[in-house]
Design a protein around this ligand. Sequence first.
Ligand code: PLP
Length: 370
Amino acid sequence: MKSPIYLDNQATTPLAPEVFDAMVPWLKDHFGNPHSAHKLGRQTAAIIDVAREQLAVLLPEQGNVIFTGSATEAINLGFGAIYQQLKRGRNEIIVLETEHAAVRDTAKSYAKIGFEVAFVPVDSNGIVSLEALKSLASSKTALIAAMLVNNEIGVIQPVEAIAELAHLHGALMLCDAVQGYGRVAIPDNVDMIAISGHKIYGPKGIGALWTRAGLELPTLIHGGGQEKGVRSGTLSPALCVGFGKAAELCNSNLTKDMAHIEKLSDYARELFGDWLVNGAIDRRYPGNLNLRKNGLDVGRLMSDVRDVAFSAGSACASGSGRPSHVLTALRLEPAEVRSSIRLGFGRYTTMDEIEQAANMINSAAKAQLL
Ligand code: PLP
């Protein structure tokens, strides 16, 4: 069976061949428990330290990298820092309206234990209103969470300014950098950063939380005391090695990857010239193109164009039947939300694939709107 053209790089990315090769020996030959004191254990512990350093190269200095099972877990772990804040009389959490469910739902869960959660609106381009954020932040604010690159529309948020504002009020700032890590620079004034292996051509089943040195986290998982006692459980050396290698490749290929992705994006915008772009044009990661053609039934489009893997909004929300909260936050009408698609390009997407996919999508859309 011929595999579809893959244009869903925000949902997940293919594993880089170099990552696969780097992982195999740690699945096959080197089986030691990284937490054992003998030679086999020390060997796997050492390679995990290498992976941690490879991740740290793309993160601010003076911090710690804690491995988790996913970015969702990293975000949940990061939110734990606000228990300390509660002791200081801070009981408010502020998150952007367009955050991923991993942030939105984690924030909402804290409402059950006495926190107040505020969602800051974005403008029609999807960029947070700093004025609205200023009016919400106060000496009661415990945490502000904001994503670097939006997973649905690709816009880049002013994270540095958001972190400055958080610190002005003595609050912590958590950045969900899942869609930006390895591609877009992360401002170094944030306090916590969540990242994910499978969004950077690394393996699924691993994420990490970076925390600024000195920041205290409560224990998320009790047990053997691994990961500085906050997240017990035996680490998978193969997953850590794969994540580290993926980060190293993002770092060494950064200029090349970005030039390639910009070229793909420019070509796609030309081929989809009669579609509207959802979200800011100038402040976006070019590997994400969220497009809209009014009147289109995207459900039908997706079943007509089975040879292209693309998304009708966020893959994380698909299947829920709910209109995308991100596109709704841009104040699009429900019908406009339903006529939007997300195309995601990556390191392995070719110009030829973009052309073929555009032909298929455009002719199916044309046939529908006749
Ligand atoms: N945050 C953003 C912006 C995402 O796009 C995703 C995944 O789609 C996540 C968090 C969750 O990442 P993970 O799959 O590693 O839990």
